[in-house]
Write a protein that binds this ligand. Structure first.
Ligand code: TXA
Ligand code: MG
Length: 331
């Protein structure tokens, strides 16, 4: 067991990383778990703390785009355009890796994901560290990501050296990841920067299809092969409903309704008696921002099943729908 220090002061949290520590920090997408990307030992401790499979590469975070050459061998045209348009912000571009970045950081790949967060506290933290920072989402591997520092403490207390406190993440879903190493950029993971927005900047953007074979997926984005965002409770997806519509819970859940059921969606079903409770979000953005915390809250309340109303929407809804499907084990 390690003692996990809760830091209010950005400089103290940065010093923790500079001396080889593992320290959580807030970003606008989800909280991250920071280590010095040049430090092999710290990187190994990070994988251990998260219980993360070693073939799942980490994103390297920078305070400033100008520092890209400290992590990558080359800047490609598509990456440059995407960073100019959406960075600092919720986008990660995959570039050819610089040798100095530990192989363990990138799961042995010759490429590296690079992101410059927009969150002010995150940027101060990165600026004080003054080195590239490898950081996955700050949850135990396989669990929903953390959008509050308290959620990080639940998963990571005694496993990491520190947590920098900060406001809850405003977006609530991980960054959009784009492979920019080839002739045509490929969208690897959906995020709040939508495919439509990406194509306005880079029209030849391709999409890594979820129906592609395991072998292809593993080459492009190893992280997508592992289970993700899974709460303890069973998750069932239902299609979109109208306000006041009756949802036949017994057939949806497939078991007698004595157990506690939580409904998460954008509309209120009529039949609330069988639910433990029902959480209705007013907007897709609000649903995205509150989604992981809602999954975690259902677990805190020992819900047996979480019924989720599917969201289908062109923008952030597409990313939210992807996470809903993964939480339900459908991808
Ligand atoms: O918003 C985010 O991206 C958050 C915050 C903390 O920045 N980070 C995050 O990290 O979500 P993580 O480790 O949970 O997810 C990283 C994703 C995985 O799907 C991984 O496969 C992909 O990025 N990735 C990272 N480096 C890659 C690379 N070199 N090639 C392909 N995919 C890569
Ligand atoms: Mg993650």
């Amino acid at each position: 067991m390690i003692t996990t220090v809760v830091y209010e002061d950005v400089r103290e949290a940065a010093a923790c990383v500079r001396r080889g520590g593992v320290c959580a920090f807030p970003t606008e997408t989800v909280f991250g778990l920071a280590v010095d990307a040049y430090d092999r030992r710290a990187t190994a401790r990070l994988f251990e703390a998260k219980g993360r499979p070693s073939d799942n590469p980490l994103i390297v975070h920078l305070a400033d785009k100008a520092a890209w050459h400290t992590v990558a061998r080359a800047m490609t045209t598509s990456a440059e355009r995407l960073l100019d348009a959406f960075s600092p912000g919720p986008i990660t571009v995959v570039l050819p890796k610089l040798g100095r970045i530990a192989d363990a950081v990138t799961g042995g790949l010759d490429t590296v994901g690079v992101r410059i967060p927009a969150n002010v506290r995150a940027r101060e933290f990165l600026a004080h560290i003054d080195r590239p920072v490898a950081a996955p989402s700050a949850n135990l591997s396989g669990k929903p990501s953390c959008t509050t520092w308290q959620a990080v403490l639940e998963d990571m207390d005694g496993r990491i050296d520190g947590i920098l406190v900060g406001e809850p993440s405003s977006i609530g879903l991980e960054s959009t990841v784009v492979d920019c190493t080839g002739d045509e950029p490929i969208l690897l993971r959906r995020g709040s920067v939508s495919l439509e927005q990406l194509r306005e900047v880079v029209p030849n953007m391709q999409v890594l299809s979820t129906s592609q074979t395991g072998a292809e997926t593993s080459v492009n984005s190893p992280g997508l092969r592992h289970p993700h965002y899974r709460p303890e409770a069973r998750v069932v997806l239902v299609s979109a409903i109208e306000n006041g519509e009756r949802v036949d819970l017994e057939s949806v859940v497939g078991e007698p309704l004595a157990a506690k059921i939580v409904f998460l969606g954008m509309h209120r079903p009529s039949e609330l008696s069988g639910f433990g409770y029902c959480q209705v979000f007013g907007t897709v953005d609000g649903f995205a921002a509150g989604f992981y915390e809602a999954l975690r809250q259902a677990d805190r309340e020992n819900a047996a099943c979480i019924v989720i109303e599917s969201v289908q929407d062109a923008s952030v809804g597409a990313a939210l729908h992807d996470r809903q499907c993964r939480a339900a084990g459908l991808r």
